[in-house]
Design a protein around this ligand. Structure first.
Ligand code: SIN
Length: 487
């Protein structure tokens, strides 16, 4: 599999409508996580270029926000169509730099493009209100306005969708954007910029700053007063740091941070569908998503049947090079990801967990980890408290509804939770009691452009996707219009 449209493979940064090298001439290597082979070297930007990108976005803001929503929508729509035209090339690029199986890359291109398509329409509906006035001689209006220059700091696990989920609503309402893509996966971001350029966004509206120094670029983006909003997806410690830095200029923030998702299987669950949901929620992207299940809780009466069926499904998963269409699980993103999974599994085994499947490196590649199922895991083990971000399932046994709710909520995180069962009264009770921003009920797949994605507690705040995702890029301005006297 090779890329047909070679101009999608960019090695320069996209700043103010031009493709530029780093001022210093420096580059950094982008490698294939499966075999660690070099793909290309990419321009390695720093603070001075980031400041220029912010200046360009600031200059472009009145031009872009001055267009009608319909005019912006047409350009977004063209961008969406171009992304879909080059779907296969983008999927190949994604598997090359990120490692996920090619079928998942194709699905991510669709998922990423769906945000552009959806917000191209929804941007036309940033309605305000006319509020019944408290005075006969005055009228009250609330209008929605774009927040201004937006900085989007995005992760490596979804190199297209996590950009479009932020950038599409921002652009749709008239904001201009500076994107700092993850250093592991800048190529998809640059390909998106190339297609945005072809779609006709004016210079400065959409800028991409590749850099292997996220701290330097992030510092500028969170402290420059011209940036009015920062949207970040990534780890909770980094989110806290960015929030501290952004406090100096009181920027609007959206933070989509780490999770520790519970997946609860009640006695009355349909076992086959629970296993299907468990595989989807745990093993998507090799376990490297913020909404991947981190802890399985299975009720006594169904424990043996569920774990046996789950073990069988896990054993059938094929690990290897994502370019091989028969592979279900690609490599982990880098060496430290492999080290972390090894550490968590070894800690669990040392403290009494039992292996049902896997628990070892796979011989298919240096960063491939065998899909794993651990039983008898204890809530005190590191694997129950830290985000695993790898293809490892750990299972806990429970007896009562109250007990499992308490255990599921016993974490500082609150992004996604899942449960399977068929008692309707309990479905309402459990859905309401789970202290999470998103709950999958009898499903392991919850992500879509039309629903609000986001967390509570230390998983962050703000919502992405849906009409709520538009609000994050708008401010409400109140107009009090006096002097409206009778004749
Ligand atoms: C994430 O891992 O942050 C995003 C996952 C998704 O959109 O489904």
């Amino acid at each position: 599999m090779t890329i047909q449209e070679t101009s999608l493979l960019r090695t320069s940064a996209f700043l103010d409508g031009s493709w530029i090298p780093a001022d210093s001439g420096r580059t950094f290597a982008v490698t294939n996580p499966f075999n660690r082979e070099l793909i290309v070297h990419v321009a390695n930007l720093g603070a001075p270029e980031t400041e220029r990108a912010v200046a360009a976005a600031y200059k472009a803001f009145p031009i872009w926000s001055g267009k009608t929503a319909g005019e912006r929508s047409q350009i977004l729509r063209r961008w969406y169509e171009l992304v879909m035209d080059y779907k296969e090339d983008l999927a190949i690029l994604m598997t090359l730099e990120q490692g996920k199986p090619i079928s998942e890359s194709r699905a991510e291109v669709n998922y990423g493009a769906s945000f552009v398509e959806w917000f191209a329409e929804e941007g036309k509906r940033a309605y305000g209100d006319v509020i019944p006035s408290h005075r006969r001689d005055a009228r009250i209006l609330a209008v929605k306005q774009p927040v201004g220059v937006v900085a989007a700091i995005t992760p490596w696990n979804f190199p297209i969708a996590m950009i479009t989920r932020k950038v599409a609503p921002a652009l749709a309402v008239g904001c201009t954007v500076v994107v700092k893509p993850a250093e592991d996966t800048p190529l998809c971001a640059l390909a998106l910029a190339y297609l945005a350029e072809r779609a006709g966004f004016p210079p400065g509206v959409f800028n991409v700053i590749p850099s292997d120094d996220p701290a330097e670029v992030g510092k500028v983006l969170t402290t420059d007063p011209r940036v009015r909003k920062v949207s970040f997806t990534g780890s909770t410690p980094t989110g806290k740091l960015l929030m501290k830095q952004a406090a100096g200029t009181l920027k609007k923030l959206s933070l989509e941070l780490g999770g520790n998702a519970p997946f609860i299987v009640f006695n009355d669950a349909d076992i086959q569908s629970a296993v299907k949901g468990a595989i989807a929620s745990k093993y998507r992207n090799g376990g490297q998503t913020c909404v991947c299940t981190n802890r399985f809780f299975v009720q006594d009466g169904i424990y043996d049947q569920f774990t046996a069926a789950f073990a069988e499904a896990i054993s059938a998963l094929k690990v290897g090079n994502g370019m091989d269409a028969s592979v279900d699980i690609g490599p982990l993103i880098n060496d430290s990801a492999i080290e972390k999974v090894n550490r968590l599994v070894n800690d669990a085994l040392d403290r009494g967990a039992r292996v049902m499947v896997g628990a070892e490196l796979s011989n298919t590649g240096p960063r491939c980890y065998s899909p794993t199922l651990l039983l008898d895991v204890d809530p005190e083990m590191d694997i129950a408290q830290e985000e695993i971000f790898g293809p490892v399932s750990s299972v806990f046994r429970f007896t009562s509804e109250a007990e499992v709710i308490a255990k599921a909520n016993d974490t500082p995180y609150g992004l996604a939770a899942y449960f399977y069962g068929n008692d309707h009264a309990r479905i309402w009770r459990v859905a309401e009691a789970l202290d999470y921003g998103m709950v999958g009920i009898n499903t392991g797949m919850i992500s879509t452009a039309v629903a609000p994605f986001g967390g509570v507690k230390e998983s962050g705040f703000g919502r992405e996707g849906s009409k709520y995702g538009l609000e994050d890029y708008l401010t409400v301005k109140y107009l009090c219009w006096g002097g409206i006297e009778g004749e």
